[in-house]
Design a protein around this ligand. Structure first.
Ligand SMILES: [Cu+2]
Length: 307
């Protein structure tokens, strides 16, 4: 598949209004290698109840009802547009009707209550043809998957006997905070499970980007500011065409932990967060929530900042 796909680093909702000046950001590469079968998920080995959510060009199909608890989410992108979804539980007091109106395609900016929602974590950016996986903890109540529009579903109290929740064994550990990331070392190539915890006071996310050239955090910010796919940052570095999203974890509330599955080849990566700052409307990326790292010994070393 050679279709170049504009990667929606933030849902259209958040790209509107205060975000209109942001570029279309990442343009993803074509779909990656063959999608692994659902059973090939490393996270499926832990035996959590599994729910499948599909997206086809903005249309999300969610289960009618999900039981509360720790669940494995498989997110299948069967369309030809990339998806950067958010999973959220709106705050108490926001009715279903209001929620749908406030987050619909006509909404020009996030409603005031948006950052008061609960974000259990979700899959990261998912390219066409890919299936992403995440293990998250769901509490009873109305939830919604937000892509270009909201798609609600109910989480109901579990009738299973609550057992001590099993913790997936993780190959990598990532901590999110204001404004940055902390990765366990070393990060090895290959398919693996990452445990991600938000130890900050704000929601955060982990959008992983692979770069085919050495890159600095400053250059990543410059790239996201650029409208020109072929522009390269001052002092060199990759263009937007040289970077591609490779998963991660969607919005995660303060104090929450979730697990995602990544498949990393040796190389250079960046981590960025697009959660917005309510004061300025700026994504955390612009406030410095960007980091670069390498995976494996064969990785291209991260560039040193241009002096
Ligand atoms: Cu953040």
């Amino acid at each position: 598949m050679n279709t170049r796909t504009r990667v929606t680093a933030i849902p259209a909702l958040l790209a509107a209004g205060a975000f209109a000046s942001l570029p279309g950001v990442l343009r993803g590469a074509a779909a990656q290698e063959a999608t692994p079968e659902a059973g090939a998920s490393l996270l499926s080995e832990f035996g959590f109840p599994e729910i499948t959510i599909t997206i086809e060009n903005g249309e999300v199909t969610v289960p009618a009802e999900v039981q509360a608890g720790r669940v494995l989410i498989a997110y299948e992108n069967i369309g030809d547009e990339s998806s950067h979804p958010i999973l959220m539980q709106p705050p108490a007091g926001v009715s279903a009707d209001q929620m749908m109106a406030d987050l619909g395609p006509e909404a020009m900016e996030p409603p005031e209550w948006f950052l008061d929602a609960t974000f259990p974590g979700f899959v990261g950016e998912t390219l066409p043809g890919e299936t992403s996986y995440a293990v998250v903890d769901l509490l009873p109540g109305t939830h919604l998957v937000l892509d270009n529009a909201p798609f609600p579903f109910e989480v109901v109290p579990s009738d299973a006997t609550p057992a001590a929740e099993q913790v997936p064994e993780a190959d990598g550990v990532v901590r999110l905070f204001e404004m940055g990331f902390e990765f366990s070392e070393p990060l090895e190539p290959g398919r693996q499970v990452w445990e991600i915890t938000n130890s900050g006071d704000l929601p955060h996310e982990l959008l992983l980007i692979r770069s085919s050239a050495p890159v600095t955090p400053e250059q990543i910010i410059e790239l996201f500011m650029s409208e020109d796919e072929n522009a390269t940052p001052v002092g060199g570095g990759p263009s937007l065409a040289d970077i591609e999203p490779v998963g991660g974890l969607g919005w995660l509330s303060p104090g929450a932990t979730a697990w995602t599955e990544v498949d990393l080849e040796p190389g250079t990566y960046a981590a960025v967060c697009f959660v917005f700052d309510p004061e300025t409307g700026m994504p955390h990326l612009m406030l410095g929530m960007v980091d670069t790292f390498t995976v494996g010994n064969g990785g291209t070393p991260a560039a040193t900042p241009a002096g």
